[in-house]
Design a binder for this molecule. Structure first.
Ligand code: PMP
Length: 392
């Protein structure tokens, strides 16, 4: 018996981009310590008061089937948060709670694309994007951004691929580049979506991690609320990656359809998780700033370290928990550099090529280890790049 083409084709053939990561894991498993700067997970765990609320809610009996679109109080809280931050009128009916942002991305594509429809996304991309689109039955079509534009997408490039496409997926603040899309970029994207009648799926899971500029949700732009689905998550903003809690915000009829999808797939999110999420959201912006603070600090450290050398240059680190470093001066690909760095210094970073082709010759560094170890690793990375330059 054979698995369906849809599921067996999720990865689309070729490497899934995790080779360096897997090699690092192998080294760790066989006793070699590795400085892990690969994946986007905080070096702190979910805060104790949030876990206590989870515990309280479970003991109080919120362990049965929970409301599928999300418990009323949480949907209201998310609606209010989104309305306050974007100025767009938003009610509970515009919100569906999901098990994390990833399932929200999948649901958003199911909601907007029929089988075989073209779904656009931008290179470099978060690793799951093309597989998510294929899993939803649509056909992914990737549009390049350019290192010389600091990876801000060009509306003209999107327009050139938009004929007949159904949706466009964007992500700001961006993983893997750390770039925050400017108002001009988003205005250009919005215009293409209106002109070409595209759905815009806006992945905003890093919206609380902005170091430069401001986070603009395209749902707030003229004529965009009716064609935008915002994907949100508490994984990054509240250090709740393992709780699997996020949402889709969008037009009411799409949310009604998404509730039908959830009834036939996830059947909702555990009630005690939702209660803890409500509690966490009510901790307010100060708490979110506290969770984001280590990444802001480490980005400042990175600026200091990188100022003293010229082998590696930094793509403007405006948001999210990553640095994208240009290592092209070494003459190596990002992948060769990452493997060589792992071999020579047991430091694991992600090759830019893991995220498509636009960030070739770059490596992504997750700012997810303690400050002094982070600083030391970055210094080593820079002097290693310098020595590769000398060898070239
Ligand atoms: N989008 C982006 C850009 C991400 O980096 C991630 C997680 N790394 C997600 C979505 C999914 O996050 P989660 O499912 O934990 O909410």
């Amino acid at each position: 018996m054979q698995a369906s083409q849809r599921i067996s084709g999720i990865l689309g053939g070729g490497s899934d981009g995790w080779d360096v990561f897997n090699k690092a894991r192998e080294m760790i498993d066989t006793g070699t310590p590795v400085t892990e700067l690969t994946i986007g997970e905080h070096d702190i765990r979910t805060a104790a008061p949030i876990l206590q609320e989870m515990h309280r809610a479970a003991l109080a009996g919120h362990t049965g089937y929970a409301s599928i679109p999300g418990v009323a109080a949480l949907r209201r809280e998310v609606a209010q948060r989104v309305q306050e931050r974007t100025g767009v009128p938003t009610t509970s009916e515009n919100v569906m709670i999901t098990p994390g942002g990833q399932s929200a991305l999948f649901a958003a594509h199911i909601a907007t694309c029929d089988a075989g429809d073209t779904a656009l996304y931008l290179d470099p991309f978060y690793a799951t994007y093309p597989g998510t689109i294929r899993g939803a039955g649509a056909t992914p079509l990737c549009i390049q951004t350019h290192a010389e534009d600091a990876f801000q997408p060009r509306a003209s490039d999107i327009a050139a691929h938009a004929k007949g496409a159904k949706s466009l997926l964007i992500n700001t603040p961006n993983n893997p580049t750390g770039v925050v899309y400017s108002r001009a970029t988003l205005d250009g994207i919005a215009q293409v979506c209106r002109e070409e009648d595209l759905w815009l799926i806006s992945d905003e899971v890093y919206d609380t991690q902005v170091w430069e500029g401001e986070h603009i949700s395209p749902r707030a732009l003229d004529g965009m609320a009716e064609r935008t689905l915002v994907v949100g998550s508490m994984s990054k903003s509240h250090a709740m990656t393992g709780s699997r809690i996020g949402w889709v915000v969008g037009p009411r009829d799409i949310i009604d359809n998404l509730i039908n999808l959830a009834t036939h797939t996830t059947y909702g999110v555990p009630g005690f998780i939702q209660d803890a999420a409500l509690f966490a959201l009510q901790l307010g912006e100060e708490f979110e700033a506290e969770i984001a603070a280590p990444f802001r600090r480490r980005r400042d450290i990175a600026h200091k370290v990188l100022a003293g050398q010229n082998a590696v240059s930094l793509v403007p680190a405006q948001g999210a928990m990553y640095l994208m470093l240009d290592v092209r001066s070494t003459g190596m690909t990002g992948e060769d550099f990452a493997f060589a760095l792992l071999e020579a210094h047991q430091i694991a970073v992600m090759p830019g090529e893991s995220f498509g082709t636009a960030a070739a010759g770059h490596v992504r560094v997750a700012m997810t280890i303690e400050d002094s170890a982070f600083e030391a690793a970055l210094k080593t990375l820079c002097s290693f790049a310098q020595s590769c330059q000398n060898d070239a």
